[in-house]
Design a protein around this ligand. Structure first.
Ligand code: KG4
Ligand code: ZN
Length: 344
């Protein structure tokens, strides 16, 4: 079976052609066209610009993926498209593209929740091979630019959100702190790079930041106070040199990592899980990956992380969710839902 995946929830226009037979898979084509250069000057994603770019790029990328993968359009068996959460004007471009194609080739559309895409992204680790078998119930930690969620994944398609952020998402906090330090957008990779330098160069840790919500009994997060602490720290310091910037980045990364670990432990101790899954753009972060690996060892729980190539937004994870039947096909009622959440 061949699934075309379409992802346009934010600033990546992405298409994927994925073949699956049982638990075997083969990625025929996987294109991610980033619009970062267009949005960078604005310090964040501008929805209307994203929409314009998706509309322009989708037909071009589709032609390219069909030509390069040497698959005939009519060989596509299903179309999987992200319908939320994300920027509604951007989501609509993918949905309308899917609907037009579906009419043309008479194949069904599977509407996919972007966050579910991040969950299944951990099942792939090569261009082809066997899907990794994740045992359920799994504890899924989703950390991206728009979301921070702790999820009880009872099985594929059955989710209960146990905790979420009360304000900023984790990736958003990275991006906002980076902006305070005048680092380019997106800030996550920049902060992570400087934090790593602080560790490598053994720069003394002189800046201290709080670890928000670690004493709350629930599984929720809050990062806006931490962001404000960074702002006050910068204001109080006045002039700041390169080493202090690296120290601040490391302290920020340590703070959010510690909070993540504490909440994950709490969730693991509350309930029995057979695996731990971490997905979303922030899991590109090497330090956070390492800490999750340590934690999984400590709790003797199998850990599943996406390979670095697909931590960020992509259509491979959307195609895979479609291929795995996590939802039912739908065309008539298919609309973009900006604040779509994972549900049972
Ligand atoms: O999942 P994603 O690509 O898009 C959304 O669905 O939001 O996540 C993007 C987020 C951005 O906030 C970006 O700064 C963050 O992931 N990110 C990182 C790293 N790489 C990307 N955050 C921390 N460390 C990184 N290495
Ligand atoms: Zn994402």
């Amino acid at each position: 079976m061949i699934t075309l995946g379409i992802e346009t929830s934010c600033d990546e226009t992405a298409l994927c052609l994925l073949q699956t037979e049982g638990n075997k898979y083969n990625v025929f084509g996987n294109i991610v066209h980033s619009q970062i250069d267009i949005h960078r000057g604005f310090g964040g994603v501008v929805p209307m610009l994203a929409k314009r770019e998706h509309i322009k790029n989708l037909p071009i990328l589709y032609k390219k993926i069909i030509e390069e993968s040497k698959i005939k359009e009519n060989d596509i068996d299903r179309i999987a498209v992200t319908y939320g959460p994300g920027l509604e004007p951007a989501l609509w471009t993918g949905i309308l593209f899917a609907k037009e194609l579906s009419e043309k080739i008479h194949k069904p559309i599977y509407p996919i929740n972007h966050m579910e895409g991040h969950i299944v992204s951990v099942m792939i680790d090569n261009q082809f091979g066997e899907l990794k078998k994740v045992d359920f119930p799994a504890l899924a930690i989703l950390i991206s630019g728009g979301h921070t969620e702790i999820v009880n994944a009872r099985e594929l398609g059955k989710y209960e959100i146990l905790g979420t952020t009360l304000d900023d998402a984790l990736g958003e906090a990275f991006d906002k702190v980076a902006r305070m330090l005048q680092l380019p957008y997106p800030g996550g990779p920049e902060i992570s790079r400087l934090a790593e330098r602080a560790r490598e160069e053994n720069i003394k840790n002189e800046i201290r930041l709080p670890r928000p919500m670690i004493h709350s009994k629930d599984l929720n997060f809050s990062f806006s106070g931490l962001k404000t602490s960074v702002l006050y720290t910068l204001r109080d310091m006045g002039e700041i040199n390169q080493d202090q910037i690296k120290d601040l980045c490391r302290e920020f990364e340590d703070s959010v990592t510690e909070v993540l670990m504490i909440k994950t432990k709490q969730a693991l101790e509350n309930q029995e899980y057979r695996s731990l899954v971490v997905g979303g753009g922030v899991i590109a972060n090497k330090h956070i990956r390492k800490m999750f690996e340590n934690l999984a060892n400590q709790y003797s729980i199998p850990l599943y992380l996406p390979i670095p190539e697909i931590t960020g937004d992509n259509a491979l994870m959307i195609a895979l969710a479609g291929a795995l039947n996590t939802t039912k096909p739908s065309v008539e009622g298919l609309v973009a839902i900006g604040n779509l959440s994972l549900r049972n």
